[in-house]
Write a protein that binds this ligand. Structure first.
Ligand SMILES: C[S@@+](CC[C@H](N)C(=O)[O-])C[C@H]1O[C@@H](n2cnc3c(N)ncnc32)[C@H](O)[C@@H]1O
Length: 189
């Protein structure tokens, strides 16, 4: 079969599945409907831990239901709080942190991630990463706050030391304005 270039979400999953091992600790910074939390719970297995954050009770409830249906609740800590408080809850090095920015699909579009708090959370995540750990961020510049977040994120991540981090930015240049993008940051040491 011929090789096909794939979406931002696909790359995010691929990096996570290649990086996270049974027994690891990982963070889902934007729980939403729990798809990423479930993937992380399956990747870390019963001996691992997944810390998942969301500001909406609806997201926590949806995620709890999804994990229960798959029998992977033991390794999950579902935290009803903003990811900017990550350092208060996560006290160990983690192999991976995921952000899927924007709003809850099927939910209130007014409750979206915002650059000010995203930045605080990204800084916490970079501190928490274990060596060779990854921070994976999907961004959606197709709406005003998403565009600001993507622009500020690009500037912020471009300034990281290349001795400490490798920073990858994937986007399809001809997909039209607002197409999803993926950032992958790997800690070197
Ligand atoms: C695109 S959705 C995430 C989708 C999710 N990863 C999934 O697999 O279903 C973005 C989520 O970020 C949440 N969010 C917004 N601001 C937040 C914050 N400061 N901290 C944590 N979550 C936040 C929203 O409530 C929404 O559920």
């Amino acid at each position: 079969m011929s090789y096909e270039l794939k979406s931002a979400r696909y790359l995010a999953r691929e990096v996570i599945l290649q990086t996270v091992l049974p027994g690891d600790a990982a963070v889902d910074a934007t729980m939403g409907n729990g798809h990423d939390t479930l993937m992380l719970c399956e990747a870390v297995g019963p001996a691992g831990r997944v810390y998942a954050f969301d500001v909406q009770a609806q997201a926590v409830a949806e995620t709890a239901k999804r994990l229960a249906a798959q029998g992977v609740t033991d390794q999950a800590r579902l935290i009803h709080a903003g990811h900017e408080h990550m350092a208060e809850y996560v006290k160990e090095p983690v192999r991976a942190v995921m952000f899927n920015l924007g709003w809850l699909p099927g939910g209130d579009h007014g409750v979206t991630t915002r650059w000010e708090t995203t930045r605080q959370a990204v800084e916490c995540a970079l501190d928490l990463l274990a060596p060779m750990g990854v921070l994976v961020i999907c961004a959606y510049p197709g709406h005003a706050e998403g565009e600001r977040e993507e622009r500020e994120l690009t500037a912020f991540l471009s300034g990281l030391s290349n001795r400490q981090f490798n920073v990858l930015h994937q986007r399809f240049l001809n997909a039209g304005e607002g197409a999803p993008e993926c950032f992958v940051i790997q800690k070197q040491n």
